[in-house]
Design a protein around this ligand. Sequence first.
Ligand code: ADP
Ligand code: MG
Length: 744
Amino acid sequence: MRKPTSKNLRNQQRFSEVQEVELLESWIEFGKPDSGLNPLSLSPLPKEGPIGRIDESSFSNYAACTRFYQLPLSRKTKDGLSESKYIEMTEIQRASLPHSLCGRDILGAAKTGSGKTLAFIIPVLEKLYRARWGPEDGVGSIIISPTRELAGELFDVLRNVGRNHSFSAGLLIGGRKDVDTEKEHVNNLNILVCTPGRLLQHMDETPNFDCSQLQVLVLDEADRILDAGFKKTLNSILSQLPKRRQTLLFSATQTKSVQDLARLSLKDPEYISVHEESVTATPSRLQQTAMIVPLDQKINMLWSFIKMHLNSKILVFLSSCKQVKFVFEAFKKLRPGIPLKCLHGRMKQERRMGIYSQFCETRSVLFATDVGSRGLNFNNAVDWVVQVDCPENVASYIHRVGRTARYHSGGKSVLFLLPSETEMLKKLQEAKIPIKLIKANSKRLLSVTNALSELLVKSPDTQYLAQRAFTTYLRSIYKQQDKEVFDVMNLPLEDFSASLGLPVTPKVRFLNQKIKGKKLPEEEGPLLQRGNIDKDEVVTVRRKKSHVDDLEEEVERDFLSAKEAAVDGEANEDSIPATRILKKKKLKINVHRPIGTRVVFDEEGNTLPPLAALADTASADGLLQLDKVKERYEKLKEEMKQRDKEDKQLLRQRLREKRTKEKMKLTRARQEQEVASEHEEDMSGSDGETIDNKSRKRSKIYFESESDDDEKKGKKDNVGFSEDSISLEEQEALALKLLSSMHS
Ligand code: ADP
Ligand code: MG
């Protein structure tokens, strides 16, 4: 009788555990906090109210909770916690658990005594529980601690909190314990708490020691374990662990070393720093300012800002990846005098990590989108955060600056707002963000527009990027939900396009439609519009349009309707539908096409003159304004030519001056040399050898100055040959003359 009952009970328990795990998994998935979000910045979940499943499709918000029972934890862990009298979470627990429970890597820093132990023991227990880890599964988690004492203490906490779980755990530390007995058991343990040395000893000596199934690796007091003293041991340990795992690092100070992070194969780690001052929505050490910048001045303002902060590390947020590409490529060609980098959502993860670590190490400017900077944390890395385009909402603002603030040394941030976007400033201030409106110093504003238009005429690729940047910016504004802040109809399109250096304002189809009154079925923006285009229509549209650029737009249109991407052109690489092939093809066509030779077909398949595509082909009365466009373009070209001429002249003159100066310098050096060696001669009184020396020294000077760098190499002929054609004395006399005329 007893047997079947206990079997039934066990089955029943197993069944309800399966159900519990399912519930926990959906709950965790439902409430995943955005990566980079500091849960301490959220307003706390009320103490009353439902916990867990609320209705068919929603759960309570665990990212904002303050007590352990509000977290998506197994019954066994919750009981273990309350039996050990742990009720309210400490800050590091509140800040890290919502992230660690959904499987993310953590780099946590909080002072001693702040409760870091539970911040990693709970996710370890939960991960193994939800994976239904059993005795036969072997080592599922390794917790490394730098000293035996600390390892012992945390083992006690594990035993206490995990008392209702059935995992086996072992404390592997050097010293008195008999290592041979340990070796017999170690393969049956699920959780190992150990010091680095003892763990490595087992890895080396214990037969069949297997940790290939490792799920979670924890480094407690990580700064000490990553220290030079443990370097070799830790590297050997890490080389034997599987790379696919969750890694949790906790210590009193934040590790910033990119090398360490690479060594530990962290994936998009959450940097969580808890210090008293960080409880406000945004770090209080951060000086936050906003500036009103008209749309057509944004690019100039950004350029001026960069030029004024050449010794800083600057992170620049733009709203779409097309804008990032354009600003990055264009500024790069204009050489601001500081290294530039860019990050956007179209880049592969490894590439983003590489750029990120380069950025962390040197002064530079990094242009990024929200998606591109996803998962990266710029704590301690930046001096300035510049938000060129207004964030979508308050949360997005906090997200951008929250991950970029320097907790210790204080960073600065500036937000550019259009005159029409001042409502956002009010919203930020209402959310208790200490942001101050400052006035831009217009005297220091440099204009980059002329340089840009020259560049765009020379480089069709950049011009294309500028057009795309223009339209995607407008589309991003059009798509914004918050119509109180964003109004696409009030933007100065002509001026904006001119400020990017574009010779003509690109046509913006969705705006034209809106202006013509072809109202969308619903006023929610182009996503809905796209969703409502039926397939046949898209196909016919595509057949009619033969221009490659338009094809890309169609691809984007299909793509966006298939997946409601939040930010234009920033969607996931893997979810791109088959139509993307068209886009790839397009990218290969006409890469090096000379300016103004683009052949355009109209809807009947007739060719149109080049440049027509650039024009807003239909004017208000529906007539083509090609002449006007051509005229404008020609004028621009003429201007460029003229300027080019002037530049060349100036350059020639400068070169001439430089050459003369160089000559004088040489002569002066030689004179000094002469005086010195004459002096030497006098002192030594000998002859042959010194003279030899003298001539050797001379030739050496020539040699050095000639081969110094490329620029000087170019002058080699002048200097070198003149040596043959004019005698030294003559040269010196000439130089002296020049010198005296300069001094007089
Ligand atoms: P740290 O590792 O950050 O130095 P510990 O994890 O050792 O800190 O915790 C310090 C003390 O705080 C311990 O005595 C621990 O029991 C206690 N503690 C941790 N978390 C909580 C909590 N949520 N509620 C009450 N006490 C806690
Ligand atoms: Mg500790």
